[in-house]
Design a protein around this ligand. Structure first.
Ligand code: TYD
Length: 214
């Protein structure tokens, strides 16, 4: 039996990942491809409860290390419970963020050493990694403005990261671009400015250019 594809989407707040993932999943399903959409943090019952803790703006004084470990706890559960079984069944998995988010946010953003994050990645993910990662790139001022407008209504529930300053998001964005430069075989950087439909065409273009279409 052939293994399914595993694709991740990355980008800072307001880059439009979630919208693009929903459209891509819809397109592939219409072509008859079985698709599992999942997200991090989250994806499982344990992961979703960690998500609430991690994103709630009432969670204060969380150390950078505790934050990192919670993301990896959620990731471990998601891989073993959801992602790996789906890929082994031959389904296509689209994940809204994966380990690159930890390198970008906890590494470049919070200043945790990349080697430490790599050791956790080796422990939790082993050889398991996305075959393709779409990085939706947007300048932080524009992205944050989009995200804050959307989140005004649910600010307390999911606002912890959105309250970081612009400098944090500049480090995260530059970090993502650096990760993409280091692994050009896996990453596709897609400019996220413009209408949803325009970005969708770009995303489709980079995915269609791959040899292994579903
Ligand atoms: P997400 O739900 O993708 O937020 P949005 O839809 O607004 O883009 O991600 C939640 C937050 O968690 C986001 O601020 C990034 C952060 N995050 C990390 O810091 N490290 C990680 O490993 C992951 C997966 C997410």
């Amino acid at each position: 039996m052939t293994r399914g594809r595993f694709v991740s989407f990355e980008g800072i707040e307001g880059s439009g990942k979630t919208t693009q993932i929903a459209r891509l999943a819809e397109r592939w399903r219409a072509e008859g491809v079985p698709v599992l959409v999942t997200r991090e943090p989250g994806g499982t019952a344990l992961g979703e409860s960690m998500r609430r803790m991690l994103l709630d703006s009432r969670t204060i004084d969380l150390t950078a290390e505790a934050e990192l470990l919670l993301f990896y706890a959620s990731r471990s559960q998601n891989i073993e419970e959801k992602i790996r079984p789906a890929v082994e069944r031959g389904d296509t998995v689209i994940c809204d963020r994966f380990f690159d988010a930890s390198f970008a946010y906890q590494g470049y953003g919070r200043g945790i050493e990349q080697a430490v994050i790599q050791r956790l990645t080796d422990l939790v993910c082993r050889e398991f990694r996305p075959e393709l990662t779409v990085l939706l790139d947007i300048d932080p001022a524009t992205g944050l403005e989009r995200a804050r407008r959307r989140n005004r209504a649910r600010a307390r529930e999911e606002g912890r990261f959105e309250s970081e300053d612009l400098g944090f998001y500049e480090r995260v964005r530059d970090g993502y671009l650096e990760l993409a430069r280091r692994d050009p075989a896996r990453f596709r950087v897609v400019p996220a400015l413009g209408a949803v439909e325009e970005v969708e065409v770009r995303v489709h273009g980079v995915l269609a250019a791959r040899a292994h279409q579903p």
